[in-house]
Design a binder for this molecule. Structure first.
Ligand code: UT7
Length: 329
């Protein structure tokens, strides 16, 4: 029997129109453009400003782009996995809301919470549904409206994050193209370094938690930085090694866009030239679950069938991992 692999057969993306530049932030907190660019590589990020709009409103246009490109009836979608830490509501799942909004009436779906590694974890999960033969068309979408949980009085976090969505369509491939291998990791002992203190079942929302600004993303930047550099570089190198590949075999590295210095460290460890690394952090910042698919979206025209691509991520949890895939179109 022919082995079925799960291939990405289309990419869609969406970023809001409104830009929040480093110069805008200079007016909001004690920071400056030079510091932000040299420490993170970010110049601006996109913000979903319209009241009443949430993550699903960015995921929908990203998926609709895929439907247009593939001339696909939304009723053909079997499953939607939505990676996000900023769901429209705590429940129901944003995936359900997205399915309703795009007219994917035959799809089931759910949200996957793995912070900045969310897309990578969801991609691996979706790929298994395809590989098993159980489903034919799976949408994996990474979306975050980080502006909803960023404290714009905290200069250590508000300079990093932005809003956006990226989606891929997974379909079966019988030529061995698509997802090849993944190393995925999580370590909950890192939970206090990057988290939201209140609003969960441990500390439900009260007037006190709101006053203490505990419904915003909290990060111990330096600690996360150290884990991220090691975690992302280690799994990426291990993934190459166990597939008998070197940096020369890899066409593209698609790294999570959290900090340019973390990206550089990962590329160096893999022995990759800078030209092979997708970097769009300067214009979108860290869009959490959307960074990887937004890179694929920006670079889609440059990708060639057969290209070996490594996707790598690190995020809250801690969660981290790397996936090797062969581009299918
Ligand atoms: O995506 C999920 C995973 N997240 C990450 O991977 C993020 C990892 N962490 C980072 O990217 C970096 O730690 C940050 C960009 C968040 C911070 O950069 P850093 O080089 O680690 O800065 P730091 O926290 O060590 O702070 C250095 C100095 C401090 O001042 P003193 O104590 O040396 O006087 C900070 O108070 O920079 C100060 N600082 C700022 N100065 C201007 C912190 N934030 C700012 C700011 N503007 N926005």
């Amino acid at each position: 029997m022919t082995k079925i692999t799960a291939a990405i057969t289309a990419v869609g993306g969406y970023v809001p129109e409104t830009k929040l530049t480093n110069f805008d932030l200079e007016k909001m907190v004690d920071t400056n453009d030079e510091w932000i660019r040299s420490r993170t590589g970010i110049s601006e990020r996109r913000i979903l400003k319209e009241p009443g709009k949430g993550s699903s409103d960015m995921a929908v246009p990203a998926i609709e782009e895929i439907l247009r490109k593939k001339n696909l009836d939304p009723k053909e979608i079997d499953c939607i996995i939505c990676a996000t830490v900023t769901p429209d509501m705590v429940f129901p799942a944003t995936a359900n809301i997205i399915a309703d909004k795009v007219g994917a009436t035959n799809a089931w779906g759910y949200d996957l919470s793995a912070a900045c590694s969310g897309f990578l974890f969801a991609l691996s999960t979706g790929a298994m549904y395809i590989e098993s033969g159980r489903f034919k068309k799976v949408i994996v979408v990474g979306v975050d409206k980080m502006s909803a949980i960023v404290d714009y009085t905290d200069r250590t976090t508000c300079i990093i994050f932005g809003d956006g969505a990226g989606a891929v369509l997974l379909e079966a491939n019988e030529d061995g193209l698509g997802v090849q291998d993944s190393i995925l990791k999580s370590d909950g002992s890192g939970r206090n370094f990057l988290h939201m203190k209140a609003g969960g079942s441990v500390k439900p929302a009260t007037a006190e938690t709101v006053a203490a600004r505990e419904h915003f993303a909290f990060q111990e930047g330096q600690a996360v930085f150290k884990f991220a550099v090691k975690g992302m570089a280690d799994v990426s190198a291990e993934l190459l090694e166990r597939n008998n590949l070197t940096g020369d075999d890899i066409a593209w590295l698609v790294p999570h866009q959290a900090n340019l210095r973390i990206i550089d460290a990962t590329a160096n460890r893999m022995g990759l030239d800078k030209e092979k690394v997708m970097i769009n952090i300067q214009k979108y910042g860290n869009t959490t679950a959307a960074t990887l698919p937004l890179c694929l979206w920006d670079w889609e025209n440059q990708l060639k069938k057969g290209d070996k691509i490594v996707l790598a991520a690190f995020g809250g949890g801690f969660t981290w991992g790397a996936t090797l895939l062969t581009w299918a179109y």
